[in-house]
Write a protein that binds this ligand. Structure first.
Ligand SMILES: *Cc1c(COP(=O)(O)O)cnc(C)c1O
Length: 380
């Protein structure tokens, strides 16, 4: 022994939890909002005063996520958006953030409004074009370069190492939205990322029953200190019960992610080239524009997300979705159940997503059931 245990062991045992007093192998939910002092006025636990700053259950999940990403510190939030917006709020008026044109839709919409209101410079780059990223980042002094890889819903894979080198060459910090990769497939900090972002609502929890977000810092620098203050003062914290559920969901993350990757690959391979199918977009396919980068940095599989474009345009595509019986027609991703969504219709006007595209979040069901369902829907 002596050596740290591997991630599968860490996850399955919820950080090797064991309550020596009761012998319980499952942690209790600790709802206390306040923490007491002794007769001298000293806190019993010097780390905790009040639950908006410190939470027993949140800290358990944070410790595991921090270790998974090999970071220095982790904070979880009431949602992915709460985490992402808190990080952007560490910028000051006049600072500049550079983000991709293809990224999580609600975050993009919020960035546009927020940066305009608070005089933060915002510029977008095309994640399909590295030269464009370089040009946009170098066009003006920049504090944060945001990447999302693979990016929703067309799964562009950004070379994290190259993005880090670019950001650092101009004194900017790099944030990687690694929600779709999960900490089991890619660890952005290994490539030098300064911050990793996750919507923990997705694969980390994995059961479509908790909304949560996480940020992991490579080091506890001045921006991280500001970030911790933003969370403590604005209060976008995750409650004890949700934190407890998150920890419980994480116990099986490695098994869920492995099966989702396996299922997604089989489904992508089966439908690529089939009649009625225009294009299967999945980083694991050799035909994917960024397959080489994906093969290099997605070391634990190519993820459970893929999109398919169909012949016959918007109406035919909507009809295919309507005929699906096992896939659930719903937004979100990363749960154990497979979901399908017509993104262009959901995003509405101004969306860059083609209207003949369906986005699939592949779950852990029997793969033949999923293939049969999509095939019957395509055949009509
Ligand atoms: C869901 C998601 C978010 C936002 O997270 P919430 O938990 O829904 O607030 C951000 N980025 C990506 C890639 C997501 O999938």
């Amino acid at each position: 022994m002596g050596k740290k245990s591997n991630v599968e062991t860490l996850l399955a045992q919820a950080g090797h939890y064991l309550d020596k007093e009761s012998g319980s192998v499952v942690p209790p939910i600790q709802p206390s909002t306040t923490f007491a002092r002794n007769e001298q006025g000293d806190l019993y636990n010097s780390n905790r005063i009040y639950a908006r700053d410190q939470s027993v259950n949140a800290e358990m999940a944070e410790a595991i996520l921090c270790e998974l990403e090999e970071g220095a510190s982790c904070k979880i939030f009431a949602s992915g958006m709460a985490a992402a917006t808190a990080l952007v709020q560490t910028l000051r008026p006049g600072d500049r953030i550079v983000a991709p044109t293809v990224m999580y839709w609600s975050l993009r919409a919020w960035l546009i409004d927020f940066c305009d209101d608070w005089n933060i410079k915002l510029a977008f780059y095309d994640p399909r074009n590295e030269a464009d990223m370089v040009a946009v980042v170098k066009a003006a002094p920049t504090e944060i370069l945001w990447i999302e890889t693979p990016a929703n819903p067309t799964w562009e894979v950004v070379d994290i190492q190259r993005a880090v080198d670019l950001a650092h060459s101009v004194g900017a910090q790099l944030v990687a939205d690694s929600t779709v990769s999960t900490p089991l497939i890619t660890k952005p900090i290994e490539y030098g990322a300064d911050f990793v972002f996750h919507s923990a609502t997705k694969y980390i929890n994995g059961h479509s029953d908790v909304v949560a977000g996480a940020l992991i810092a490579a080091k506890e620098d001045a921006r991280w200190e500001r970030l911790c203050k933003v969370r403590a003062q604005q209060g976008g914290i995750l409650g004890p019960f949700e934190s407890w559920l998150l920890l419980r969901g994480m116990r099986t993350m490695h098994i869920r992610v492995e099966r989702a990757c396996e299922n997604a690959m089989k489904l992508a391979q089966y439908f690529e080239g089939l009649s009625g199918v225009k294009e299967v977009i999945y980083p694991g396919l050799a035909s994917h524009a960024n397959h080489e980068v994906a093969a290099k940095q997605m070391t634990g599989g190519f993820g459970g997300m893929l999109s398919i474009r169909f012949e016959g345009g918007k109406e035919k595509t909507a009809a295919i979705m309507g005929r699906m019986k096992r896939f659930v027609r719903a937004t979100s991703l990363g749960g154990v159940e497979s979901l399908v969504e017509h993104r262009a219709l959901v995003e509405g006007e101004g969306t860059p997503v083609p209207d003949d595209l369906l986005r699939f979040s592949i779950g852990i069901e029997n793969i033949q059931d999923l293939i049969d369902d999509l095939e019957q829907a395509i055949r009509g």
